[in-house]
Each structure stands twice: as C-alpha cells, then as structure tokens.
Design a protein around this ligand. Structure first.
Ligand SMILES: N[C@@H](CCC(=O)N[C@@H](CS)C(=O)NCC(=O)O)C(=O)O
Length: 203
C-alpha cells in the first residue's frame, strides 16, 4: 500500500493527521504539486482527476478523496472512532465534517486558488472576483461555528473526530489565503489551539 501525498496541501494532510490519530503507519509517496508532478502521465494513470491524495492498495485498487481514504482506514481500524459510534454521534460528525468542508475549507480554497500567484498554473482561469465572493461566506460561517463551539469542546461533540481534522486544516489554510480568524471568534481560537496541540497536528 502507498499513499500519494502532497506535502503542505490541505487534503493530503487530512489523511496524514487521521492516520497519526489512529497510529497507522502507511508509506508515503511524495507528489511535487509545485512541479506539477500530479499532472504527469504516470500520476494521471493513478488518478485521472490529477489530485492528491490517492491511496494505492497492494492489489492495485486506487482510492481517492480524502474522506473515502479515511473511511477505509476507519473500517479496518475502528479505534479510536473518528467517524463516531452509534446513529446520533455518527450523523453529527458527518454533518459537521460536511459543513466544515463545504462552508469553510472549500471557500478558503477558492480564495487561495484564485488569488495566489503560485496557483496560476493549476487554477485556470484564476477568477479574483470568485475569491472576493467567498470571503464574506468564510466570515459568516466562522461566526456560526464560534457560537457552536461555545457549547462543546470539539467540532461535533465531546470527542475529537474527523470533523476536527477538517476544521483545523481549514483554519491553517487561512494563512496562505491571506485571511485570519476574526478576533471576536474566541471559541474558534480556543478550539483551534486545542486541536493543534495534539501530536497528530504535526503530521
Ligand atoms: N476532494 C478531494 C480534493 C483533492 C484536491 O483538490 N487536492 C489538491 C491538493 S489539497 C490537489 O491535488 N490540487 C492539485 C490541483 O489543483 O491541480 C479530496 O478530498 O481529496
């Protein structure tokens, strides 16, 4: 098995943090996004969408999509449960993971991809107006998330989950997008400091 990885890029990091939380060692194969190695014919044969991460199993089966890869490892190694236990906890974690992905990580990614000069060769065309349109959405969502985090320690409840991984990595992605958590979002800041202090955050 081999995990095609993308260094500092957020989606491959989601899988690395997940694996670190589980304590599962998986050999990494670095893919140099800056050099557009993910657009090479060799990598496109693995993932025709030319995105990382991609997990290649020993029989050649390819799994892409960060959350699909995480779910594969969760099914094989249920402890600790990062997608939840039981109907309610599992649904709440799914809800928050999707909210954090769709309403935070993606809009931040749109800002980064449509403004950063280094992304001009990947985001074609770059549309600065789309970046601008996403900025207020990020702020609105952070306000909503902040009010939720006033009620509990982690994104989806009392336990750390995959939703915290998505959220932490989204917040870390604010910096390269030249954005920041608003001062008023004290609960987001507290939660981000807590999840960032876990050893897995360095993965
Ligand atoms: N939905 C995919 C997104 C994968 C993705 O967009 N990966 C980025 C790195 S974070 C990538 O490979 N970008 C290369 C490009 O845009 O050309 C997932 O969850 O894994």
């Amino acid at each position: 098995m081999k995990l095609y990885d993308g260094g500092r890029a957020p989606n491959p990091r989601r899988v690395r943090v997940f694996l670190a939380e589980k304590g599962i060692p998986v050999p990494l194969e670095p893919v140099d996004l800056g050099a557009l190695a993910h657009q090479s014919p060799a990598y496109a044969a693995i993932n025709p969408l030319q995105r990382v991460p991609a997990l290649v199993l020993d029989d050649g089966t390819v799994i892409t999509e960060s959350i699909a890869i995480c779910r594969y490892f969760e099914a094989l190694n249920p402890e600790p449960p990062l997608f939840g236990r039981g109907a309610l906890e599992t649904a709440l974690i799914e809800m928050w993971n999707r909210r954090l992905e769709l309403h935070l990580l993606f809009p931040i990614s749109h800002v980064f991809r449509n403004t950063h000069p280094a992304m001009a060769k990947m985001e074609i065309p770059q549309v600065p107006a789309w970046a601008e349109a996403n900025k207020p959405r990020i702020e609105t969502f952070l306000g909503i998330f902040d009010r939720e985090l006033a009620k509990r320690p982690f994104a989806a409840g009392d336990r750390y989950s995959v939703a915290d991984i998505t959220g932490m990595i989204a917040i870390d992605f604010l910096k390269p997008a030249k954005l920041a958590v608003p001062e008023a979002c004290a609960n987001v800041r507290r939660w981000h400091a807590d999840v960032s202090a876990r050893p897995s955050a360095g993965a």
